[in-house]
Design a protein around this ligand. Structure first.
Ligand code: SAH
Length: 238
């Protein structure tokens, strides 16, 4: 296991300047300085070994010393669509979904959704995804976006091989979550749940209704549970 601190940068070159938030974390929290080794990530799936050459005003200058393949990214391409949740619950889902290996997250608003989203909140969710990716040693950060309608979110699922819609009022799943190929789009509602019409429009777009059992789960539990099952079936767990 690598104990080296990990940082995401926009672009890799022989010399890289670590600035902004990543710099502040490196300098003020981790107290890194000349001679310290770190791992750099550019989101491409590769990892780079680097060494701190010197501290400058507002930045650390790093020398990249080598490249290594990272092997912690899932093969399955999983897109999670989650209704906007109250308080910090959406952040919780983004963090857990990142750890479980999603490739992309879409937060949506829907009929019974009472939480709102704005640029600041979205920015915070992206930061949560980046921190979670670093912490669990991923080399990619899931993209996080927002859809102001459920229909817009469902349309973004076009092209995914398997589309699953967690529906709290279904007694039984409409299909098996087993051995389903390489790309998945999963939809989980907000605290308010879905309307019959919303479920019908998901079906019209090729989604299969999935039940997560006889109990009504909280949205964040439902998202984590469904993701775990899908990752297991996709061969990503053990
Ligand atoms: N307000 C709703 C519950 C919403 S639960 C009610 O009172 O019925 C939030 C979301 O979690 C749901 O929209 C659904 O996507 C998912 N969910 C929770 N329990 C579920 C279950 N048993 N089966 C499938 N999905 C479930």
């Amino acid at each position: 296991m690598s104990a080296l601190k990990r940082f995401f940068v926009d672009k890799i070159a022989e010399e890289v300047l670590l600035s902004g938030e990543e710099f502040r974390h490196a300098k003020n929290v981790l107290r890194l300085g000349a001679g310290d080794e770190v791992t750099l990530l550019d989101g491409s799936g590769k990892e780079y070994a680097a060494i701190v050459a010197r501290a400058e005003k507002g930045a650390l200058l790093l020398h990249v010393t080598g490249e290594r393949a990272a092997d912690r990214e899932p093969k399955a391409d999983v897109f999670l669509l989650i209704g906007a949740l109250k308080g910090d619950k959406t952040e919780l889902v983004v963090q857990k979904a990142t750890e479980l290996g999603v490739n992309r997250i879409g937060v949506f608003s829907s009929r019974y959704c009472s939480a709102y989203m704005n640029e600041n909140k979205l920015e915070r969710l992206r930061r949560v995804a980046r921190e979670a990716a670093k912490q669990c040693l991923r080399s990619r950060v899931p993209e996080v976006g927002f859809f102001d309608t459920l229909d817009g979110a469902l349309a973004a699922a076009e092209g995914y091989e398997n589309k699953l819609f967690a529906c709290e009022f279904l007694e039984k799943s409409e299909g098996d979550i087993a051995d389903m190929g390489a790309s998945y789009c999963l939809v989980v509602g907000s605290e308010g749940g879905f309307t019959e019409e919303e479920f019908s429009s998901a079906k019209a777009r090729g989604f299969t209704g999935v039940s997560l059992g006889k109990r009504i789960l909280r949205a964040e539990t439902a998202a984590i549970a469904l993701l775990s099952v899908v990752m297991k079936e996709a061969g990503e767990l053990g």
